[in-house]
Design a protein around this ligand. Structure first.
Ligand code: FAD
Ligand code: NAD
Length: 478
């Protein structure tokens, strides 16, 4: 089509899958004029996931933490092609990605193929359910904007249904029981935000739910937030106690129906007991699972036979067993936790790597031309001049080739736990700072504001915070 820039045949085609933390950080660093860059993602925006739990209660509006990918791409020097589509299959041998437009509106063509010379996979992960029956059908997840909107709607639906005329007491209790499964940071942050919503707004606006609204966090392990220090785990658990959020540790969910969960509880004496816990809202936050497109690619590469949790990559983030495929973020296994921090640094590293690779190729090409010119040179003076130029290019080339492997620099872990408190494990300089409390919360807010991608996002998030403080959160059910 005339409006699409024709690919430059002298350049390699670099296909980037996804518009999350990994891919967008890569795009931000990449000198796009070196490649024909194509981005494929079913989401035409970047999502600032750390503030997603705040969208479930309307503290922050979801659009405040979205950044249109077109806005990021329009600032690049050379144009980048974006296709809003899902990569359904990667054929490694043929170097083709099959893509499909699964949005509501489809044109005559909604499935096609994109050939690549180089491929970066940054498709993230999907929600782990461990095949537990009923999870997919009955729970809400918390990964995407749609999930947060769904939760927000459901919280209010449960409340309004509980307030329905002549509702039975038992049903009111069930509907107002908000259960979160998974005591990792996602579950903890959501439980904290939900209880804030209740304390700040709901119990004032709808006092009749006051005695029955309850939040329970269910965790299979003996404690929540296993990646934090013991001191911060204790701090989180005591804050939850003050907030009256029940933590049900050593409780492994085995089955989910539309009205209750069934869990195996380990008693202090080590015996196990099955318990039925009724719920109105169920939020499932038990971590990550591998996406099918990634699993399928893994099955095509013998070197990935041992990988289970994602694409095993080397220290340059090259997918083991391939030459021209890289992986970043939650879909890559490089011995780091699946966090935005890691994905962002990996993406930025690849951006620098690709810029260097392009420079190296250009230098090698120049060197070839120079040595040809040298062999055809007429006099000594010309030959010497070319010799100097060659020496200079060789020096540049050596410097260029010195790009080291990816090294992750951990800036610390930070989680909001409700009641205007946050916990932070921060490793600055050489010491480790473990901190919890209101100051940490203020730090949490300013840290997120400074991390928020654009000035536009920063302003929108600040306005949302002020709006909620002045007028309360919006309790209308859309
Ligand atoms: P993602 O950011 O998930 O992006 C994946 C991209 O791939 C998306 O654009 C998606 O649409 C696209 N995609 C999916 N399937 C396909 C396909 N088939 N073809 C093409 N594209 C596809 N980490 C922190 O470090 N700090 C935090 O405070 C924090 N808070 C979090 C809060 C929540 C609620 C959640 C869910 C996660 C949080 N994380 C946090 C983790 C962090 O969000 C992830 O580790 C990070 O998003 C991983 O980045 P990624 O680029 O691998 O994947
Ligand atoms: P997670 O993997 O960190 O935690 C999931 C929890 O669910 C585990 O503690 C596990 O024991 C529990 N679980 C699993 N199956 C269960 C079952 N059947 N019954 C009861 N409990 C069960 O998952 P997450 O919280 O979604 O986080 C995913 C990734 O995103 C992590 O790497 C995390 O660090 C990152 N993240 C970071 C932040 C932050 O830094 N503030 C916030 C959210 C997510």
């Amino acid at each position: 089509p005339p409006d699409q820039a024709a690919p430059d045949p002298s350049k390699k085609t670099l296909v980037i899958l996804g518009t999350g933390w990994g891919s967008v950080s890569l795009l931000k660093k990449l000198d796009t004029e070196n490649y024909n860059v194509i981005v494929v993602s079913p989401r035409n925006y970047f999502l600032f996931t750390p503030l997603l739990p705040s969208c479930t209660t309307g503290l922050i509006e979801h659009r405040s933490i979205m950044e249109p990918i077109r806005n990021i791409l329009r600032h690049k020097k050379a144009s980048v092609q974006f296709y809003e589509a899902e990569a359904t299959k990667i054929d490694y041998e043929k170097r083709i990605v099959y893509i499909s437009d699964d949005s509501e509106i489809k044109g005559d063509i909604s499935h096609t193929e994109v050939p690549f010379d180089m491929l970066v996979i940054g498709v993230g992960a999907e929600n782990a359910t461990f095949g537990i029956p009923g999870v997919r059908e009955n729970s809400c997840f918390l990964k995407e904007v749609g999930d947060a909107q769904n939760i927000r709607k459901r919280i209010m639906d449960c409340i309004e249904t509980a307030c329905f005329k002549d509702q039975t007491e038992e049903e009111v209790k069930r509907l107002l029981h908000m259960v979160v499964v998974g005591g990792g940071p996602t579950g903890v942050e959501f439980a904290g935000e939900l209880k804030d919503f209740f304390n700040d707004d709901l119990k004032k606006w709808i006092p009749e739910i006051k005695d029955n609204f309850h939040v329970t966090l269910v965790e299979a392990l003996p404690n929540v937030l296993p990646m934090f220090s013991k001191q911060l785990i204790d701090y989180t658990e005591s804050t939850f106690k003050e907030e009256e959020i029940s933590i049900r540790a050593k409780t492994m969910v085995k089955k989910v129906t539309d009205k209750y969960i069934q869990a195996e509880v380990t008693k202090p004496d080590g015996s196990k007991e099955l318990e039925t816990i009724p719920y109105g809202l169920l939020v499932w936050a038990t971590g990550n699972a591998v996406r099918s497109v990634v699993r399928d690619l893994m099955s095509q590469i013998p070197a990935q036979a041992e990988s289970r949790r994602g694409l095993a990559v080397n220290e340059y983030l090259v997918v083991n067993g391939t030459e021209n495929v890289w992986a970043v973020g939650d879909c890559a296994i490089a011995n780091y936790a699946p966090t935005a921090q890691v994905a962002g640094q990996e993406g930025a590293f690849l951006g620098r790597l690709f810029n260097t690779m392009a420079k190296t190729e250009a230098l090698e090409h120049e060197l070839e031309t120079l040595s040809e010119r040298q062999s055809q040179a007429k006099g000594d003076e010309e030959r010497n001049q070319i010799f100097d130029e060659i020496r200079e290019r060789q020096k540049q080339l050596r410097r260029n080739k010195q790009i080291g492997p990816f090294q992750y620099s951990h800036q610390g872990s930070l989680a909001y736990i409700g009641k205007e408190r946050a916990v932070a494990d921060i490793s600055w300089l050489s010491g480790n700072i473990a901190s919890g409390g209101t100051m940490t919360y203020l730090f949490w807010r300013s840290a997120y504001l400074s991390m928020c991608f654009s000035t536009r996002n920063r302003v929108l998030v600040c306005v949302d915070w002020v709006k909620a403080r002045l007028f309360g959160r919006d309790v209308s059910r859309e």
